[in-house]
Design a protein around this ligand. Structure first.
Ligand code: PRX
Length: 631
């Protein structure tokens, strides 16, 4: 039993914000803003949405037929019109939209005008390949400006993008291409990582072997000599762009048309294609980038997430562009050529708002304060964190060593499914290390028991969202049952986040971790089922179970328990082969750090693996109720 299960209060530290933080506070005070939202939820969202440009206004703010919601009914818009033209009209034509810093020091700068032109021309190039409104385009690229151009070009012409993180392997990519029925794949010849060029195109070639929907592959070629292209099937990114018309008017999209599909790990079997739509997602991304991250017109803003994840979609690209901000983006990993690189970039680009993940902070902590202290970090104004719990030690380090105790630090809780921030501590509110904070105005959340009843302060329960919000996922691609599974149970009516949490007397929420079979490794969501099926697809493996094992830096590591096929010899080479096999099929992020060979696995009488029992044993704690465990 943990302290929180017993209702014991964790030691709480509270940082009362100095008066100067109020200067940036988005609302006069949280409580009255929240009450205003509760009094008139539709009015609240209508006012936010009215900051943006719509080709046609909505007839109604929302329709809510549990568990299906629609937002901004019959409104017409294009998100790129809001990310681009809106700023050209507002005198930001020559403002920097994007600073990009390559790993080898190459720099690229796009003004809003440049980005607008690139997006229009690449949009036309896609149209020339036969891509139309509603078609799906898979983007499998490194973090380069062309990735942003490709995403926005899809949105410009009404195509639905599905971005796949370039660290995924061929079988994970294949699953996402097939699942989304992608017509075109956009990739690059290679990505740069720690001074090495990692080929991407061969992974795409392998992923396309059983992917009949794909008609064309677009390749961004940066390598010398350039990769050869297969006639009539593969085309060069810049060649098709330069051959295309320059003007591309924005496609008029219905508020409920799909904007993108983003795959997130499933707890059973295949990953889930989370579908977000144009109007509601735009409003959620805009609102939270403005009110939570507090990005201002003169800021240089850096969100370190890869565009292959939801944080990259909402907060590296769409949110800041909707605000007309200046984005900084890099393909640099935090430790190459040394662990000072990110602080060096903050100094060099004068970053004001810095949004990163606890795993990165914990990695930096290991190397000490000397690295950040070498650089001038005084440009920083706001710090933010996402992806997993920001433990109090990491909070303190980030707040004091990086922010010098002068920058508000907001820990943002949300999910691929929620599209944008849900729970955090708004700038100007007291900060409690270890607690993400309260639901933001626009979100109604609580910590409940399995029957849906709110639990008392400091009692562990499930984090639940009880009202719909504009950027909520609309459905899981082709799987209504999976969508419903988030909402429906015999006892309650709310959105289940599948996270465990506690709430303190002031309503601050601390996230304790997942209640299901997802493992959050370095802030990335990995399904135990995916790792297990990758292992089982190796000829030497009869059965496998994967668990998340707590780790001081990564939050969790993947540990796999493997039953080998009779007669297989356990050699060090075999362990290496199994890890390599997972890397090839799923990608490096999913590779188990530890593999243990076992003769059997704990299962329920109905044959389900009880990962909870394995985890408890691994951590030397009581496994809890094991009455369903098979003898
Ligand atoms: O367990 C929570 C954790 O990440 C999960 C969502 O993962 P994903 O859909 O990949 O999105 C990650 C980026 C939003 C959540 O269910 N998580 C995310 N942010 C936090 C967090 N856990 C604790 N604190 C956070 N701030």
């Amino acid at each position: 039993m943990t302290n929180s299960e017993a209702g014991i209060r964790p030691e709480q530290v509270v940082y009362c914000p100095p008066a100067e933080y109020r200067e940036y506070a988005p609302f006069r005070d949280y409580e009255s803003a929240y009450q205003n939202y509760l009094k008139d939820p539709d009015g609240f969202w209508r006012d936010i949405a009215s900051d943006l440009l719509w080709f046609r206004q909505w007839d109604k703010v929302r329709e809510w037929e549990y568990p299906f919601a629609k937002w901004f009914i019959n409104a017409k818009l294009n998100i790129t019109y809001n990310c681009l033209e809106r700023h050209l009209k507002n005198n930001r034509r020559n403002k920097v939209a994007l600073f990009w810093h390559g790993e080898n020091g190459t720099k690229k700068i796009y003004t809003y005008d440049h980005l607008h032109r690139a997006v229009m021309q690449f949009g036309n190039a896609l149209k020339n390949l036969g891509v139309g409104k509603g078609d799906v385009v898979c983007i499998y690229m490194p973090t380069v400006p062309e990735q942003v151009v490709a995403m926005l070009a899809c949105a410009r012409i009404g195509a639905v993008h599905t971005v796949v993180f370039a660290g995924y392997g061929a079988s994970a990519l294949n699953q996402r291409i097939v699942g989304s029925n992608a017509k075109v794949v956009i990739t690059a010849d290679a990505s740069m990582r720690r001074g090495k060029s990692i080929p991407l195109k061969p992974i795409v070639e392998e992923a396309l072997i059983h992917a009949p929907s794909v008609e064309r592959v677009v390749v961004l070629r940066n390598q010398d000599p350039p990769t050869c292209l297969l006639d009539d099937f593969e085309v060069d990114f810049y060649e098709i762009m330069q051959a295309a018309e320059k003007k591309c008017p924005p496609e008029e999209m219905d508020s409920e048309d799909r904007l993108f599909i983003l795959y997130t790990s499933g707890t059973t079997g295949a990953p889930k294609g989370i579908v977000h739509t144009c109007g509601g997602y735009m409003v959620g991304a805009y609102y939270t980038t403005k009110y939570v991250l507090n990005v201002k017109d003169n800021d240089v803003y850096w969100c370190t997430a890869d565009p292959g994840w939801i944080t990259g979609h909402t907060y590296a690209i769409y949110g800041p562009l909707l605000l007309g901000a200046t984005i900084f983006m890099t393909e640099s990993t935090p430790d190459y050529p040394d662990v000072g690189i990110w602080w060096k970039l903050i100094e060099e680009y004068g970053i004001n708002v810095f949004y990163t993940a606890p795993t990165a902070i914990r990695m930096f902590m290991r190397y000490g304060e000397d690295w950040p202290n070498k650089y001038d970090l005084s440009s920083l104004r706001i710090l933010a964190s996402v992806g997993e719990p920001l433990n109090p030690e990491a909070f303190e380090w980030f707040y004091h060593v990086i922010g010098k105790g002068k920058c508000p630090l907001t820990d943002t809780w949300w999910q691929t499914e929620t599209g944008s921030h849900m729970i955090t501590t708004l700038v100007g509110e007291p900060m409690k290390p270890g607690f993400a904070g309260k639901p933001i105005p626009g979100v109604v959340a609580d910590v409940v028991d399995s029957k849906g009843n709110p639990v008392g302060p400091f009692q562990t329960g499930y984090l639940a969202i009880t009202e719909p919000w504009p950027s909520m996922m609309r459905y899981v691609n082709d799987d209504e049952e999976k969508y419903r599974s988030y909402w429906e149970s015999p006892n309650h009516r709310y959105y289940s986040t599948n996270d465990l949490a506690i709430k303190d007397d002031d309503g601050y929420i601390m996230i304790l971790g997942r209640s299901d079979d997802l493992i959050i490794v370095s802030g990335h969501n990995i399904g135990t089922a995916e790792v297990e099926s990758a292992l089982v697809s190796h000829q030497a493996v009869a059965e496998a179970a994967a668990i998340g094992k707590p780790d001081a830096v990564k939050g969790n590591i993947v540990k796999a328990f493997v039953i080998l096929v009779e007669g297989t010899v356990r050699t060090p080479k075999l362990e290496h082969d199994l890890k390599y096999h997972v890397r090839q099929t799923l990608g490096p992020i999913a590779v188990p750090s530890e593999i243990e060979y076992v003769d059997n696995l704990p299962k329920t009488r109905s044959g389900k693996i009880m990962r909870r029992v394995l985890k408890a044993k691994e951590m030397g704690v009581d496994p809890g109720d094991i009455t369903t465990l098979d003898e």
